[in-house]
Ligand binder design. Sequence first.
Ligand SMILES: [Zn+2]
Length: 454
Amino acid sequence: MSVRIRFLGGAGTVTGSKYLVEHEDQSLLVDCGLFQGYKQLRLRNRDPLPVLPNRIGAVLLTHAHLDHSGYLPLLAREGFHGKVWATPATRDLAAILLPDSGHIQEEDAAFANRKGFSKHAPALPLYTESDALQSLKLLRTVPMQQAFEPLRGWTARFSGAGHILGAASVLLEVGGRRILFSGDLGRPDDALMLAPEPPPAADVVVCESTYGDREHPEEDVLAELGPALQRVAARGGTAVVPVFAVGRAQALLHAIAQLKASGSLPHGLPVYLDSPMAIHSTALFARHLGEHRLSAAQCRDMAQVARMTRSVDESKAIARQHGPKVILAASGMATGGRVLHHLAQYLGDHRNMVVLTGYQAPGTRGATLARGGTQLRIHGQDWPVRAEVVQLTSASAHADASQLLGWLRSLPRAPRRVFVTHGDMEASDALRRRIETELRWQALVPEHGSTRAA
Ligand SMILES: [Zn+2]
């Protein structure tokens, strides 16, 4: 029987990445992500998978972001008991991100029940912190470039994708086929992460397309962030920066440390990192030296530039600090987490600023702010948006369209086919067209739920 790929997520959207590879009587999932953004997407998290979790033999995680790993606690609770393979840094990050995700699901459900705005009574969390801790026991680590056997007769190998700490592409060899999953690809010129490694030869490539229809401007993050923060500091305002706890939080801290060192920002400007998760993942940079561009000293500077607020009380105390300040808090698309309280606190004053730092999936609060929305709904209440909204184009952790094409072009030989995934429709289709016209390879955008021969 042939090798087949079922696109159970990350097809026609950037979230919910889940690719089921089937051969004979065995199958495994590449990525196990949560759907995020539009409600109809988030509701997919509640639908049962078209295959029983206990029939799936293994999971390979390309990286720890929740749209690639966040469904794992549910998969495990519903009966999956195979091994979950990941790089060591991905394991370390998942150990931070997944329990927190469970915690947030529980808090949101409790909040909805308290305020009575859930349509289902009572609102149930998708999974709990304890489900997440349970699922972590299934994780097995394997270093980059080391071949391993996730299932009998199947071989896999991770290679660096340069997106966040531990992020990998994965080559899967099964049934005489070589299938390469790009994972999320970083930019070759990122300030923090190393460039993606050149891809190995493959018959079929499943390639992300988050920015498949866009090019990043040449501008660097210091040139964008410096003037924005100078502006808000000069008018005595507060900058709220929704950050992904893993990746952009560290890129921003590193940039702020450089801006302060060069005198572009006042040394005394208070900067808060208000996310226990981001605090932990910042510490991981020092533990995984050599997997990114920072030296041990730069890791130290990055960690020291901000006041780390761990407890909820410390977080609330920030609001009592008068004068200009910068608050970095998760989540990056303002879908949840402590940043919501800061947004509610500071959105209404024109002296303040919101700095958006990366891709904002449609349907998220971040996307509403990015397109100039005048109101933002937080915890069942509408808040007026009077603060200045700045979107950093340079702070993306994703390759742009030309960089994606460049990565594909460096394949040792042309693949038989490229599946373009992990993008909004316009982005995926734009990349598909460029692959067909510029590389002259066969490319297609698979539909959500469809099955294709590999
Ligand atoms: Zn990612």
